[in-house]
Design a protein around this ligand. Structure first.
Ligand code: ZN
Length: 460
């Protein structure tokens, strides 16, 4: 039993003062009770779930930022040109390098306030011929070493676009069809069930997108996954990220991606629609009525020039939102929320878009933590009995929020702070980072540097 005491705790009911959390051997909060100290910190808030990550892409930060000179029909810089660089990286990584990159990125996540992650994993074949179970194992091992709570989402990737075969560079993402996919899922479930208590991880499923998966195969995927995993697993899919994708879907099916999805499967609360940037007002209504979560990746969407989802309007109408670090070009929970809020301000020419009368930081953090918990299918994102003791401590003396009481510290963090402002970070009641730095971060950085040096030499 661990006991952690704080001067203030952000609970689903709001801030409470002078409380101790008792944490059981499995890392869950047993009780939150009045306390007179000694104190483990000033303000404890729930760690945010990172609801969408492609961890290997962390190695691409800084590559491919120069403007391309285009002549005539040449490509303009966009998501689609960036994707080519990502394919070259994906094609060159083996299991060892994947583990090194993931170890650094997962460490950065916990140091940055993301205490759990939904890893959307499609690097199924390693450059050295490593098989899918070994590649997935590299991600699971890296998460355990970094101390982050993992929900692994193995990805089904069947084709190269609407009605198009896989391209050569995409073959590493394929498991040879649904049967191969379900085999990997069953193998991972066996590993999950056999894991020691400190090595637990969650599983869900992820049809990559309606570009890469035939909508008609979704019912069989859900059925097969239910046989392997039992009921209640989360389902994630990229949808309507790019206007080009929406156009191609309309051309192939006469329907938008969300309409096409709804034709083949019942949308419900286990669905997590990643991006949904260009969903229409009717589609957004459908998503809300289904209780599905929209997973926004504000830094990545800004970086790739995707566009802006009207998150303020969606949240005001009761829509469920989560955030993800996606391309991992920059890993920082506060900065994701800031980019989310500031994007809405730029779009509407108004302030306080995702704020309530209480403020911005605490309501937004609480909203996105709850959405993230749904996305991971885990009891996280809320400091309450029964949930995991995944939390971030904010110390009183940071200049970022000087002069603000506990109620406004999160406002200052979201508009002006960064991971460097965070104090201790705990996952399951165990400290895994402090002051914006992960435990074991130096060693992880050394492994990461070796991979990026190799990439710089190979990719230019
Ligand atoms: Zn993604």
């Amino acid at each position: 039993m661990t006991r952690l005491a704080f001067r203030h705790v952000l609970t689903p009911e709001g801030l409470v003062a002078d409380r101790a959390l008792s944490v059981d051997a499995a890392g869950r909060i047993e009780a939150i009770e009045p306390s007179a100290g000694p104190w483990d910190g000033f303000l404890a808030i729930p760690g945010l779930p990172d609801a969408h990550s492609h961890v290997f892409q962390r190695a691409l930060t800084g590559f491919g930022e120069a403007r391309r000179t285009t002549h005539g029909a040449g490509p303009e810089d966009s998501f689609w040109t960036w994707r080519e660089a990502m394919y070259r990286l994906a094609g060159s990584l083996g299991a060892g390098e994947l583990r090194d990159v993931a170890r650094l990125a997962f460490g950065e996540m916990v140091a940055a306030g993301f205490t759990s992650v939904a890893e959307f994993h499609y690097l199924h074949h390693g450059a050295g011929g490593e098989p899918p179970l070994e590649m997935a194992g590299a991600v699971v091992d890296a998460a355990r070493e970094a101390g982050i709570r993992l929900t692994l989402l193995p990805v089904l990737y069947e084709r190269g676009g609407f009605g198009r075969p896989l391209r050569e560079e995409q073959e590493r993402f394929s498991l040879g069809g649904l049967q191969g996919y379900l085999r990997l899922l069953a193998e991972l479930e066996a590993r999950r069930r056999g894991a020691a208590p400190g090595e637990a991880f969650g599983l869900g499923v992820a049809p990559h997108s309606l570009r890469a998966v035939e909508a008609a195969s979704l019912p069989a995927l859900l059925e097969g996954a239910a046989e392997a995993l039992g009921p209640g697993f989360p389902v994630h899919i990229h949808v309507s990220e790019q206007r080009g994708e929406v156009r191609a879907c309309r051309a192939a099916h006469g329907l938008t991606p969300v309409e096409l999805l709804g034709r083949h499967v019942p949308l419900d609360a286990r669905w997590n629609l990643v991006h949904a940037t260009h969903a229409t007002p009717d589609e957004r209504t459908r998503i809300r009525e289904a209780g599905a979560t929209v997973v926004l990746c504000p830094i990545t969407e800004a970086w790739l020039g995707d566009g802006l989802f009207p998150a303020d309007e969606h949240a005001a109408r009761g829509g469920r939102l989560a955030v993800g670090s996606d391309g991992n070009v920059r890993i920082d929970a506060a900065e994701e929320l800031r980019t989310l809020e500031f994007g809405q301000r730029l779009r509407t020419e108004r302030r306080a878009r995702l704020a309530t009368e209480e403020g911005l930081g605490a309501p937004l953090w609480t909203l996105v933590a709850a959405g993230g918990a749904a996305a991971l299918g885990a009891r996280v994102g809320a400091l309450e009995p029964g949930a995991f003791a995944d939390l971030v401590v904010l110390d009183e003396d940071r200049p970022t929020w000087a002069g603000q009481g506990p109620a406004r510290m999160l406002d200052a963090l979201v508009v002006g702070g960064s991971r460097a402002d965070l104090g201790d970070v705990y996952v399951g009641g165990r400290r895994v980072a402090s002051g914006g730095r992960a435990a074991g971060g130096e060693e992880a950085a050394a492994g990461f540097r070796r991979v990026v040096a190799r990439l710089a030499a190979d990719l230019g």
